[in-house]
Design a protein around this ligand. Structure first.
Ligand SMILES: [Zn+2]
Length: 76
């Protein structure tokens, strides 16, 4: 059986988590410095598609530009 397995490819020097994050469509939130926050920063509400770079003003279930179904990366 030589059926190709569709899986996550992990590149050298890349953690499995990073590999998944790079290959699973998700919204990327920009980190903004925020002195009033305990951590010193907050995440912007607007986000960028990890697949095509489309900028959205808030998270949508799908990217309106490339149609990728967005996954929530929280907890990973
Ligand atoms: Zn997109």
């Amino acid at each position: 059986m030589s059926r190709k397995k569709k899986g996550i490819k992990v590149n050298r020097g890349e953690s499995a988590l990073e590999a998944i994050q790079n290959q699973v469509p998700h919204w990327i939130h920009e980190k903004i410095e925020d002195p009033s926050s305990i951590t010193g920063y907050m995440y912007s509400r607007s986000c960028t598609c990890s697949q095509c770079g489309f900028e959205a003003s808030f998270e949508k279930p799908r990217c309106p530009h490339c149609g990728a179904e967005m996954q929530h990366m929280k907890g990973l």
